[in-house]
Each structure stands twice: as structure tokens, then as C-alpha cells.
Design a protein around this ligand. Structure first.
Ligand code: HMG
Ligand code: MG
Length: 295
């Protein structure tokens, strides 16, 4: 029984760090995550560096990593300008993103939802023509920091639009970590009515401590791909109060105990967690990392 993990720490994790993290540290982190057996790594973002200064070095990071042939490296791309940068960096996968709520979409990418669709469609068209794989994110599926509850039909519509563009997998985001297992079941059961579970992933932030419980609920619905972040780093700069993603160490520990095969070596993963904790100079949220370092 296999579960795929998409490591988003170098992107979602670091994008919210106030202190500048060196390019060399980002490169080392990615190489360590790959050495731990992660096969899908979101390495950075090709967004406007004025909006996300921490990831302004996306090109340098991708130049510096030791490319492994059995790993898919990816990065966020919001528009055609980002696509040009991704293409020049040699990526074989990109990720599109937008929100299921109007206000978060506007704050995050400066466009209404209707204005966003054609931009993403154009990016997807270019990426697919180059033979790239295109992933998609729907943010604020389980709640919006500005609007509160988000109608499930909004998420269904965005999921449908992304799949129509040729996206191979849509990651459903609990951007601000408000979801509970009951809601995850309700929302995902509705979404899997028109989308196969193999096309979906769960992206849970752990702001309120429900992240891993939400993974368990999504597993029950049939979801087999989850995004997580080393150390539990992370947050969205345009979602006030949003904390880190679920921690990859905690996710792997839990999945191991449930007999799911992730292909990840927990010992090596903990080395990567300890490395980035040391680099950032503060204790990270991962509980398994904490327990490991205390032992
Ligand atoms: P904008 O300012 O409206 O863009 O930003 P614009 O098209 O008007 O261009 C303004 C300037 O930015 C121009 O330069 C462009 O060339 C430049 P100027 O002429 O002023 O010198 N520019 C760029 N430069 C480099 N790369 C680019 C790029 N695009 C424009 N790609 C934009 C619109 C979408 C670019 C901006 O709003 C942006 O970058 N937003 C990104 C915000 C972000 O990264 N948020 C976090 C990621 S999403 C997330 O975390 C959620 C997720 O984890 C899932 C979940 O948790 O739910 C995925
Ligand atoms: Mg996120």
C-alpha cells in the first residue's frame, strides 16, 4: 500500500521565513530531502520576487542542486513570465495555483478568479507543449482567512477547470489549517464524485493541530498523495496567521505505523530536519523531530 509524499518545505516552508535563508542552505536541504528517499520535491517558486523575496533565488537554487534522475523537482508558476523562468531552469514539472475564494485569490495573485483562469490556461498550454507535467493547487478549500466558509462548489469548479487545462493532479489546500476530519471527509467525498482519487492530493497546514487527523480522514476517502514540509516549516504570506504544513517527519512516522509505504527513510529525513532547524536557529514544529533530538 503506497502513499506518495510531495515535499513542499523548500517552497511552502521557506516562503514565509522572515530571515533570509542562504541559497547554499536551500540547495543542501533539497539534496538531503532527496537522499532521504523523497521523489517529489517542490524546490521554489517563479513568482514575483517583490511578493516573495525569500524565493527570489529560484534559478540559483535549481542550478545548484544535484539533479537526481528518479526525482521530479517542481516549482510554482503564476504566469507566463514565471513559465519562461521555469523553462530556462530545466524543470520537467510546474505547479499552478489559485484559490477557491475571491478575496484570497486577489490578495495572493492580484487577480479575480475569472481573470486567473485564462492566465493559468496559457501557462499550462506552454508547459504541456514543452512536455512538462503540470500540477495544480486549489487554496482555501476548507476556509478562507478573509471570507470564512468557502462553498464546496467553488473548489469543485476550480478543480474541474485545472483538470480541463491538462493538470495531472490537483492538490486541495487547507491554506489556513482550519479543517477537521469530518469536514475533510465531507468536502473530499463531494470532490471525488467527479474526480478520480488518483488525480487528487491533500495539502494540510497544521495551524490548529488537526493536520495529521485530516490526512487519516483523506486516506479513508481514498486519497493517496499528500504534501508536507520538512520540520513543519511554512505558511502563506497572504494568509495571516497561517502556520506550517504538516511535518514530513510526522507524516512519515504516522504512515509507517499504519503500514503505508512511502519509500522515505525516516532516519535520513530527520537529518534533513535537524539540518534546516540548525540553519534557521529556532525550534521547528515537527513533533517527531523534537522527540528524536531529545532522545
Ligand atoms: P503583479 O504585480 O500583479 O504582476 O503580480 P504584473 O504582471 O502586474 O507585473 C508586475 C511586475 O512583476 C513586472 O515587473 C513583472 O515583470 C514582474 P516590472 O515591470 O514592474 O519591473 N513579474 C515577475 N517577475 C518575476 N517572475 C514572475 C513575475 N510576474 C510578474 N513570475 C503575481 C502578479 C501573480 C506575479 C504576484 O501576485 C505574485 O507573484 N504572487 C505570488 C504570491 C505567492 O507566491 N504566494 C504564496 C504561494 S501560494 C500558497 O502558498 C498556497 C499553496 O501552498 C496551497 C495552500 O496552502 O493552499 C500553494
Ligand atoms: Mg500551502
Amino acid at each position: 500500500m503506497k502513499v506518495q509524499i510531495v515535499e513542499v518545505g523548500p517552497r511552502d516552508g521557506l516562503q514565509n521565513e522572515k530571515e533570509h535563508v542562504s541559497t547554499a542552505a536551500k540547495i543542501q536541504l533539497i539534496d538531503k530531502l532527496v537522499a532521504a528517499g523523497l521523489h517529489r520535491v517542490e524546490a521554489s517558486s517563479f513568482v514575483n520576487p517583490k511578493w516573495i523575496p525569500q524565493l527570489a533565488d529560484a534559478e540559483e537554487v535549481l542550478k545548484g542542486i544535484t539533479w537526481s534522475s528518479d526525482v521530479t523537482y517542481s516549482a510554482l508558476v503564476p504566469n507566463v513570465r514565471g513559465m519562461e523562468r521555469a523553462k530556462a531552469s530545466g524543470l520537467t514539472e510546474i505547479a499552478l495555483f489559485m484559490s477557491a475564494s475571491e478575496t484570497h485569490n486577489k490578495k495572493n495573485i492580484n487577480k479575480t478568479m475569472e481573470e486567473t483562469f485564462p492566465v493559468l490556461r496559457e501557462v499550462a498550454r506552454e508547459a504541456l507543449a514543452l512536455g512538462m507535467r503540470v500540477r495544480g493547487y486549489v487554496s482555501t478549500v476548507f476556509g478562507c482567512p478573509y471570507e470564512g466558509a468557502v462553498p464546496i462548489d467553488n473548489s469543485r469548479r476550480v478543480t474541474h477547470e485545472l483538470l480541463e487545462m491538462g493538470v495531472f493532479e490537483v492538490s486541495l489546500g487547507d491554506t489556513i489549517g482550519v479543517a477537521t476530519p469530518k469536514q475533510v471527509r465531507e468536502v473530499m467525498e463531494k470532490i471525488v464524485k467527479d474526480t478520480a482519487t488518483e488525480r487528487l492530493a491533500g495539502h494540510f497546514h497544521d495551524t490548529r493541530g488537526t493536520g495529521l487527523a485530516n490526512v487519516a480522514a483523506a486516506l479513508d476517502v481514498g486519497i493517496r498523495t499528500f504534501d508536507s514540509s520538512i520540520g513543519g516549516l511554512g505558511g502563506c504570506p497572504y494568509a495571516p496567521g497561517a502556520a506550517g504544513n504538516i511535518s514530513t517527519e510526522d507524516l512519515v512516522y504516522m504512515l509507517n505505523g499504519m503500514d503505508w509505504d512511502t519509500g522515505v527513510n525516516l532516519e535520513r529525513l530527520l537529518e534533513a530536519g535537524a539540518f534546516i532547524q540548525e540553519e534557521l536557529g529556532r525550534e521547528l514544529p515537527s513533533k517527531v523531530l523534537k522527540a528524536h533530538l531529545a532522545a
